[in-house]
Ligand binder design. Sequence first.
Ligand code: FES
Length: 350
Amino acid sequence: MAEEITIQLNDESLKVPSGITVKKALQLSGYKVTKFPEKEALFVPCEVGGCWSCAVLIDGESKPACKTPVREGLLINTSLPEKHQPKRIIHGFTGHSVGGVGTPWRLKHVHTYIEVACFASGCNFRCPQCQNWDITYNGESSPMTPSEAAQRMTAARKKFGVDRMAISGGESTLNRAWLIEYVRALKSLNPNADARIHIDTNGSILTKDYIDELFDAGMTDIGIDLKGCTTETFMRITAVKERRLSELYLSTAWSAVRYLAERYENIIFTGVGIPYNVKLISLDEIGLIGKKLYEIDPKIQVCALDYRPEFKRLDLQKPSYDDMVEVHNVLKAAGLKTVICQTEHGHIGP
Ligand code: FES
């Protein structure tokens, strides 16, 4: 049996087992902990210490509850001060010549830098074939405030001589307070009309009010990766285990695409990413996705990504060029106007 220790939670003494995290101690004391943002609940989406959505005051300092251990006498305060600056672990800030799902196709075949990008640690998915896993599941680096990240990004924009500034991940949207402040800070440092603020996301927590807030802050371009259109496929690709949570994530991502098309057509540039690998999703489902997207907006940019062996799925075989031609044909047959397919020999254009 674990030894009991005493901690102070919001000025009250609490006995908890030693060796647990602050998150677990909060749960034991009755706090609601969630994987989808809810009022009055502690949002703990990544659990690796990357996103800092779960930050609380620990011994007077903001720290992630999901990975900070308790110890005798620890002081926890769940109310962050009013002037508290959110933090998050961010990597990158370098030039890219390919762009992301939310980069317009007309820029993608320019063989020079087209944007600068940074990558946020922490993700609410556990995709075994994650292509950016060393950053995604990194909870060890020092976190940055939105203003520090915006300054780094602005300096990178100048260095690489581009107008586009992208954030990807990991999952960029997890720490909402951080992302909104970051986009605002970026907009204020880059007030000229040419500056493009681009967010790549899995869309799983991107509610309508979140999109509105990002737009008001200065977001101009967005790429949403849809991990299928059936819950089974979504769970296979993301390794999210809970069915109801998977349904919520998937429906939120699809609703985000629909809302962007209805409310922000020609205002926010929107691109959609679709995964393809025969072991993860069938061509029939690709066809269904194509039809659903056609109903939303036939002109929406759709990019099929050839999921390759990475991370914990080294058994996967990279889709061949011919496989991706087939994917392209299926999406075009659904009536979509702008279909791009990533292949081992570069992109197949619209
Ligand atoms: S949930 Fe704790 S850092 Fe992401």
